[in-house]
Design a protein around this ligand. Structure first.
Ligand code: GDP
Length: 422
């Protein structure tokens, strides 16, 4: 309902372990598929003499949209528990999933890790857990899926739990902040109701575990940071930059600064959902107008902040990165594209300062010659054009980025320290 706190949920895990099926199951069990849609397919299925049609419909629909390459409108992937309204922040299987997760287009509060009982920890299980850790996801619900395939064997479940627990330990995930649930997304075991097939399990079912997640912490005392997505010219108003407020509050009358374009002025009007508002806060998508700012003065990738606490523009920055996939090795001088908030800027890895052992967090190697897939490292980066970023410890929303090259997300990172541009 409208007054419940909101949670952004990521569904992560290895391909084919059942992420889409689990999303479909969650939507179905919570009644989030419109009744008329279900009714229509019920009739169709009856005509064709098919059983089990309702859930199958959800899955067919998701699969079909994926095949057409459509990014399913994430606004439609919503469901509610007693205490929260959940939005699935990205479409499982969507190829930009990892990038979106990092650049904040879809920053998740919590995540469900799907691990197929018949396969256990697989490469992407590892990669996504690593990523979740880097991005500061605090609580993980581990759905040990496809329990039907392993005949609901407790011993198989225990083995997978043990394997995942080890993985979490390696990336220093607090295992007390992870809960494990044996489920079958396909059959519906332990999703909304305790299953008779797993009499040996007496913990929460998935929807209970989701409902028991801690409330996401609202970004509170951080200053205004609003990355610009687009800049429009609207007759009668003038230049209208639009974007989503990541942190802080914007009021009409505020004096603001656009960085790195380095222009500023007074906020005249703020519009949200086609209505003028005096104030907007974190999560609000706004269009606004600033006295004296023309369309060519600002651009996508600029960040708006208070004139007396403007967004930081970096000369170089030090970051911790995790290399997720790279066909060969990364050495100093490598110049891929950095995606941070709404900005995309080429940047050179000037130095690889140290390699980190993910199991201990300790320095494994000082100034290594190269890093490769699976490595975590601290590197120094020089953007080729001005870029606004913040240390992740100050403003996490503006402190993470994805590194892309050859149409792939190569690495994820968070900003440790910034050497400011004069
Ligand atoms: P994703 O790549 O992680 O999104 O995986 P999908 O949801 O597409 O599932 C991959 C395959 O596993 C599909 O054929 C699903 O029908 C099947 N699957 C998913 N969950 C279950 C389950 O709980 N039990 C069984 N038997 N099959 C499942």
């Amino acid at each position: 309902s409208a007054d419940q706190p909101h949670q952004n949920l990521a569904i992560i895990g290895h391909v084919d372990h059942g992420k889409s099926t689990l999303v479909g199951r969650l939507l179905y069990e919570t009644g989030s598929i419109p009744e008329h849609v279900i009714e229509q397919h019920r009739e169709e299925a009856e005509e064709k003499g098919k059983g089990g049609f309702e859930f199958a419909y959800v899955m067919d629909n998701l699969a079909e949209e994926r095949e057409r390459g459509v990014t399913i409108d994430i606004a439609h992937q919503e469901f509610s528990t007693d205490d929260y309204d959940f939005t699935i922040v990205d479409t499982p299987g969507h190829r930009d999933f990892v990038k979106n997760m990092i650049t904040g287009a879809s920053q998740a509060d919590h995540a469900v890790l799907v691990v197929a009982a018949d396969d256990g920890v697989a490469p992407q299980t590892q990669e996504h857990v690593f990523l979740a850790r880097t991005l500061g996801i605090e609580e993980l619900i581990v759905a040990v899926n496809k329990m039907d395939v392993v005949e609901y064997e407790e011993s198989t479940y225990d083995e997978v739990v043990e394997e995942v627990t080890q993985l979490l330990g390696q990336v220093q995930f607090n295992t007390e902040d992870a809960s494990f649930i044996p489920v079958s997304a396909f059959e519906g075991d332990n999703v909304s109701e305790a299953s008779d097939n797993t009499g040996w399990y007496d913990g929460d079912v998935l929807l209970e575990a989701l409902n028991g997640l801690p409330e996401p912490e609202p970004p509170t005392d951080a200053p205004l940071r609003l990355p610009i997505q687009d800049v429009y010219t609207i007759s009668g108003i003038g230049t209208v930059p639009v974007g989503r407020i990541e942190t802080g509050v914007m009021n009409t009358g505020d004096s603001v600064s656009f960085q790195p374009s380095d222009v500023g002025g007074e906020v005249k009007t703020i519009e949200m959902h086609h209505e003028e508002v005096p104030e907007a806060g974190p999560g609000d998508n706004v269009g606004f107008n600033v006295r004296g700012i023309g369309k060519d003065d600002i651009r996508r990738g600029d960040v708006v902040g208070p004139a007396d606490d403007p967004p930081t523009v970096v000369d170089t920055f030090q970051a911790q990165i995790v290399v997720m996939q790279h066909p060969s090795v990364i050495t100093a001088g490598y110049t891929p594209v950095f995606h941070a908030h709404t900005a995309q800027v080429a940047g050179t890895i000037e130095s690889i300062d140290r390699k980190i052992d993910p199991s201990s967090g300790e320095v494994a190697d000082d100034e290594p010659d190269y890093i490769q897939s699976g490595d975590a490292a601290v590197v120094t980066i020089r953007p080729q054009k001005p870029l606004s970023l913040e240390p992740s410890s100050d403003i996490p929303e503006l402190g993470s980025f994805a590194i892309r090259d050859m149409g792939q997300t190569i690495a994820a990172g968070k900003v440790l320290e910034i050497d400011e541009r004069e």
